[in-house]
Design a protein around this ligand. Structure first.
Ligand SMILES: [Zn+2]
Length: 149
C-alpha cells in the first residue's frame, strides 16, 4: 500500500497509532477495574481526549510513551534517534508543549491529572507503580468526601 503521507505527517500518524491501546496503557486499564476503579476511555469531550477518565474521582490518567512524550527522567525519553536529530527534537518538543497545554486545560476545568510513564510500567517497576496509583486514587476519593461503592 502506498504511503500517502509526507514523512512528518506519517510520523504524526504513527505517533497517534502508538498513543492508543499501547501495552503500557493496557496494563493500567486492566489493573483499574480489577481493583474496583471504574473508568471511561479516550473521552473526546475533554481536552486532549485523556486515555483514562475516572469521573467519580475527578481524575484523568495519561499513559505516556517515554520517547514520544519526552520523559525527562529516563533514557527512553531523552535519547534521540541517530538520524534527523533536530527534526525529532523539534517534534518531541511540540508533543511536550501539547501535553502541558492539555494538562493546563484539564486542571482549569477542575480535573486532577496523573501521568504514568512507560518506563514506570516496565516489569521491575510495574507493581510499585500500580500500587501507588491505587493509593493515590483512594486518597483523592477520600479528599472528595465521597464513599466507596
Ligand atoms: Zn520514562
Amino acid at each position: 500500500m502506498a504511503d500517502i503521507f509526507d514523512p512528518e505527517k506519517r510520523s504524526y500518524v504513527m505517533s497517534r497509532v502508538k498513543s492508543k491501546n499501547t501495552k503500557p496503557e493496557m496494563l493500567v486499564r486492566s489493573f483499574l477495574p480489577a481493583n474496583g476503579f471504574r473508568y471511561r476511555l479516550h473521552d473526546k469531550r475533554l481536552p486532549g481526549s485523556p486515555d483514562i477518565v475516572l469521573k467519580k474521582y475527578g481524575v484523568v490518567i495519561f499513559v505516556n510513551g517515554c520517547f514520544w512524550h519526552g520523559h525527562k527522567a529516563c533514557k527512553d525519553g531523552t535519547r534521540l534517534p541517530e538520524t534527523r536529530r533536530e527534526w525529532w527534537k523539534a517534534k518531541i518538543d511540540r508533543n511536550k508543549k501539547r501535553d502541558l497545554r492539555k494538562i493546563a486545560d484539564l486542571l482549569s476545568l477542575g480535573w486532577q491529572v496523573i501521568t504514568v510513564w512507560g518506563c514506570e510500567l516496565k516489569p521491575k517497576k510495574r507493581e510499585a507503580t500500580l500500587v501507588q496509583l491505587a493509593e493515590t486514587l483512594r486518597n483523592v476519593l477520600k479528599k472528595r468526601g465521597a464513599s466507596l461503592d
